[in-house]
Structure formats: C-alpha cells, structure tokens
Design a protein around this ligand. Sequence first.
Ligand SMILES: N[C@@H](CCC(=O)NCCCC(=O)O)C(=O)O
Length: 253
Amino acid sequence: MSEVGLAVVGVTACNQQLGLHPFNIVGEKYLLAIADATQAWPLVIPSLGHCPAEVVLSRLDGILFTGSPSNIEPHHFDGPASEAGTHHDPKRDATTLPLIHAAIKAGVPVLGICRGFQEMNVAFGGSLHQRLHEVGGFIEHREDKTAPVEEQYGLSHEVKIEPGGLLHDAWGRSSAEVNSVHTQGVDRLGVGLRPEAYANDGLIEAFSVKDAKNFALGVQWHPEWKVLDNAFYTAVFKAFNEACQHRAASRVK
Ligand SMILES: N[C@@H](CCC(=O)NCCCC(=O)O)C(=O)O
C-alpha cells in the first residue's frame, strides 16, 4: 500500500442486478491500482444516471473511468443498433459521458481505461467499431473467455507509441506490450483527441485530449492489471498520480 498523499481519485462504478436488488459495483483491481500505484485514495462514483459534476469535481483530484463488460449504447455515437442481447449500462453512459466533459473543463486529471477510453472517444464525438472481429483487417483484440484470468489479462500485442505525447513522456520508449480485453474499438476518433498509441493493425489504442488543462489520457488496454508487476502499466499510473497530487496540493492551499 503506497502512502496516501493528498489526492482523492474518483473511480466510476457500473450497474448490476444481484439477486433482488440493483447494485453499483467497481472492479477491485481499479481500486487497488489507485491505492497501491499512486499516492491517492480511491472514492467510488456511483453510476446513477446523473451526477452533480461541479460539486463532485470540486472535491476530487482525479477521475478514473473504468472498464466494463457492458457496451456504450450505440445511439450515443449514431451507430447501428447493437446485436440482440448486448449488455448495456445506460445509467453509466448517462453518468460518465457528461462527467468526462465536466472533468476536462474543470481541469481535473482524467484516466480512461478500456470502456472508459471508449467513453472519452464518444464524449468527444467519436464512434466505435462495435464488433472489431467482424470488420476485417484487425488482429484479435478479444480475450479468450475460456482461459484463466491471468491469461485473459496477460500480454497480448504490441502498441507503437507516438513521440511527443503524454504516453511517450511517461514511458520514454516507442513501443510496449499490452493486454487486450475488448470487442469494440475506435472507429472515428473524437474531435480534439490526439492519438498516443496504435496497435500494429492500425487500431488507435490510446489518445490524449489536445487542449486539456491537465492530464487527460485514455488507453484501450488494462494498466490496472497487476499494475506493480509491469513497468509500463506502473508508468501510466505514475504519470496520472503526478497530475492528481499536483491538483491536490493546489486545492489544499
Ligand atoms: N465492453 C467494451 C469495453 C471492454 C472492457 O472495458 N472490458 C473490461 C472487462 C472487465 C474489466 O476488466 O473491468 C468492449 O467490449 O470493447
């Protein structure tokens, strides 16, 4: 457990029915990544379908938009209807899409992971390939759901990192190996987003927000997975942490 500094980082939840009752849930690996790989403490942001963004953001030093097995409803990016039976989370969409804009406007550091990365792209007017494996020309980006979890979240493919961006500044190298646990992917990149990394098939795997006042990075892979065991994943959270700690210090003054 790293020493908790000044920062408090919001972590977005998902909706799930457990027995008779609906719950808000968060993957523990996101909470542990904040607690163990940064000097911040995680605070869950419920996905209730609305959020008093100004009040919430005034009390946060960063926001982590987490991954989720659910897909963003395609009407948010004028996409064709999802395949029957697709798992959606409309209250999460209604919470996170406006919150992304509010956080960027307020200068709160943002890190988006997998679904959170896709939410950032959609929030900025981008679109998604809903079933990458049916598009043609892309490598397999899905996990093998029959494999052990260590294999599902193990290293899957290389990403080429663009020079001069947040990710290159954090990592210092032009490539890295990442895991891959997604069916969807960036089709049209949102307005004002800067590509930060590509898979070898050309799929955008990371971007930053060009004119953001503060750190604002989205990544398609899962750097929270055993974050301290992977130097690249640790570097992503270290860069996010530095921005959060800086905001926390200025907030306390
Ligand atoms: N549903 C989207 C996003 C995939 C995603 O976020 N996966 C994470 C799964 C659970 C977790 O690790 O939090 C897609 O399929 O592209």
